[in-house]
Design a binder for this molecule. Structure first.
Ligand code: ADP
Ligand code: MG
Length: 683
């Protein structure tokens, strides 16, 4: 028997059983070996019944003195009570609705029970313990596995025990160096102790080894891909400070963080290496200026540059701002979005091909097949997290060895960015422009009825005062119309209600015509509208510095990252800004989110908290990003191991970029297996 064998090689596993296991993706003995317990029960010592304590889970050995079937809840439920005793005392063991168990017990038979005692009136009892006949009981730390229909815990444990001997002959696939440098225990030892640990220390060592392994393989694959990407010869822009010509026409001085980021981009652009850089900066940190500077440099070198934004509104805003500032330098800027008329589009495409345009700003319309550049040298994606990795690659393919800049407002924590964007270098803008004040954030659980109305009333009174002082406000609701959901206030309803309070008010939602949306955004931008009632179409990027209040209705319907983005629409100028999160249907999660928002304005912190609340799977299905699933390791919980594994991956690849050396073949095999032969990331 060896680990490559099918499950049916095991005694008692026929085709039917194998099918049940297949539902859990367990086909071979190796799959079984890598099915890690979701928890453990400590059954190393048997506690005397008199020493059982409320709330302390323990194993105890006793003989059954009495079996009392009975009823509860007006005879609707069945209950089975046992009186169990040892030399030191007795305790009641209770099973509800488990008449099938009556036959499992016999008077005077001895069992080991494992459960948590609790008080019923003044008597200690144990409800629904695990139990095993004394003769079958094995002392130890017992694994608890994830299960599926047709697979019982007992069965799983039995099979896991059966393959234990295989681990003794397991070959180590990591190099001796790697094992030693990272103080790893052996693979066989790790597997054995992961399933049937002798003690906590060994379990920890083993877990560490398995998590490290998973990250090492992942990171080796990603870093290898990155090395290859960087190997291509990129355009080397002239080594001069031409970007200063643009910087000195900006209406403000760059922040230190922006300057650093520009330096990093400049170095990339001036080297022959292709630039692949992620600019990560919180909302409002001034990423746009950095992008403009890079575009300016590309254009001064005779190249074209393109910038892709996730929404038409955002693309238009960028276009309007940049067209003006670039025109001062004689740079011609074009605009391309899906809603444009065919003739307009054609004109833009022609200008691009003839190099009558230096810069193109648009939505994903810019990655369509018919878009061709005369001499493209730089591509930028704004709010990268809204795009798939594929879209970035499509844009990149508009030219050869194009320099790539992607910008995002930290929807993911630092360490995770490295994993997801491992093929990118990262610049962080960790400083806001001067004079920004903390946005005052208040979260209120309105609930229904009078109280709720009062709270909303107070909030809108505040908005009125701000408007009278010359400021503007956003009111965001989750939905377009009432039919979509019964429970949330619709954007139309809110708009109608607020129309009674505010004169210069407008409505903006996704289903409106593009020209209408653009016209309204323009009016809002000019200050002709005081209150903008909108859906999340305004979520990313929008920049109206005079807007100082963000009210989010039905805040319970938004995730933390989204709330943070929404709040980022205010506090973009010199005025004190405010964010009100109105929760209509309170829940623990919604209130926790509200607390986090009140407590912090740091996008990194909020992203980490979001990760804790939701788990990494939900925030970014790794699949969605083209990365393979992890079985044991958890990017959120094991970040420290992740960075150590990453260091090791870098060290190994530096020594042996192709993983061709004998001692690296094992690792190479794992990497290929994880990423698949045909994935772009394979070695
Ligand atoms: P984001 O990083 O969210 O894309 P933006 O680039 O839209 O942020 O910038 C937000 C606001 O800050 C804009 O109004 C912009 O003009 C302003 N800004 C950017 N950099 C600076 C700076 N160094 N000093 C002052 N204001 C700045
Ligand atoms: Mg932006």
């Amino acid at each position: 028997m060896n680990l490559q064998d099918n499950l049916t090689a095991l005694k008692g596993v026929g085709p039917k059983k194998a099918n049940a296991f297949a539902n859990m993706n367990i086909h071979t003995l190796e799959d079984l070996a890598y099915t890690i317990p979701r928890g453990y029960e400590d059954r190393r010592s048997i506690v005397d019944i008199k020493n059982l304590k409320e709330g302390e889970t323990a194993a105890f050995l006793g003989t059954v003195d009495q079996i009392v079937p009975g009823r509860f809840r007006g005879k609707r439920g069945q209950v089975l009570k046992l009186l169990v005793s040892d030399d030191t005392g007795s305790i009641e063991v209770v099973f509800f609705n488990a008449s099938y168990l009556t036959k499992a017990f016999a008077i005077n038979a001895a069992f080991v029970f494992y459960g948590t005692p609790s008080y019923n009136r003044d008597r200690l009892q144990v409800i629904h313990p695990d139990f095993t006949k004394q003769a079958e009981f094995v002392k130890g730390i017992v694994p608890v596995y994830p299960l599926t229909k047709g697979v019982t815990q007992k069965e799983m444990r039995r099979l896991q025990r059966e393959i234990l001997p295989l681990y003794d002959e397991l070959e180590e696939y990591l190099s001796e160096e790697t094992v030693r440098r990272n103080h790893l225990c052996g693979l066989g030892y790790a597997l054995r102790n992961l399933h049937f640990p002798e003690d906590k220390q060994r379990l920890l060592e083993s877990k560490y080894r398995m998590i490290f392994d998973e990250f090492l393989v992942l990171e080796t694959g990603i870093m290898a891909a990155k090395n290859r990407a960087g190997a291509g010869k990129g355009i080397a822009f002239a080594q001069n400070d031409c970007e200063q010509e643009y910087i000195c026409t900006l209406p403000y001085a760059l922040t230190g963080a922006q300057e650093r980021c520009v330096r990093e981009i400049k170095a990339d652009m001036e080297s022959t290496r292709t630039m692949n850089r992620l600019v990560q900066g919180d909302v409002g940190s001034g990423k746009t200026a950095v992008a403009e500077i890079a575009m300016y440099k590309a254009v001064r070198n005779g190249y074209q540059a393109v910038m892709m934004a996730p929404t038409e509104i955002l693309a238009r805003q960028h276009f309007e701002g940049m067209q003006q500032s670039f025109a001062k330098h004689g740079i011609r800027t074009g605009f391309l979005v899906g809603s444009m008329k065919a003739a307009e589009k054609r004109a833009v495409l022609e200008d691009l091909e003839q190099h009558r345009l230096d810069i193109l700003i648009g939505t994903h319309a810019v990655i369509q097949d018919n878009v061709a550049f005369a001499n493209l040298g730089l591509v930028i994606t704004d709010e990268q997290h809204r795009f798939g990795v594929n879209q970035r690659v499509l844009l990149q393919n508009k030219g050869e060895n194009i320099n790539v800049l992607v910008m995002t407002a930290t929807p993911i924590p630092r360490t995770l960015a490295v994993v997801l964007y491992g093929d990118l270098d990262v610049s962080v803008i960790d400083e806001l422009p001067p004079g920004r004040q903390e946005i005052i954030t208040r979260c209120a659980v309105a609930g229904e009825g009078m109280n709720g109305n009062l709270l909303r009333r107070k909030c809108y009174d505040f908005v009125e005062r701000q408007v009278r002082a010359g400021r503007q406000a956003y009111v965001v609701t989750p939905l377009i119309d009432e039919s979509e959901a019964i429970d949330a206030r619709s954007v139309n309803e809110v708009y109608e209600e607020l129309s009674k309070l505010f004169e210069r008010i407008a409505l903006l939602h996704g289903a409106m015509k593009q020209e209408e949306k653009d016209a309204i955004m323009e009016q809002f931008g000019r200050g002709d509208i005081d209150v903008l009632v909108a859906t999340v179409v305004i979520e990313v990027g929008i920049n109206v510095p005079n807007a100082t209040v963000m009210v989010v209705e039905n805040a319970e319907r938004f995730g933390l990252a989204q709330l943070h983005q929404l709040r980022g629409r205010v506090g973009r100028g010199e005025h004190q800004s405010y964010c009100f999160l109105l929760i209509e249907h309170g829940s623990e999660l919604a209130e926790k989110r509200g607390q986090i928002m009140e407590q912090s304005s740091d996008g990194f912190f909020i992203a980490e908290e979001d990760l804790k609340l939701r788990g990494p799977g939900e925030i970014f299905g790794t699949r969605q990003h083209g990365l393979p699933d992890l079985k044991i390791a958890d990017m959120a919980r094991h970040m420290d191991v992740l960075s150590r594994a990453r260091e090791e991956a870098l060290r190994i690849l530096k020594e042996d970029p192709e993983l061709a050396a004998g001692e690296h073949l094992g690792l190479r095999g794992r990497v290929t297996k994880l990423f698949g032969e045909d994935m772009t990331l394979h070695l």
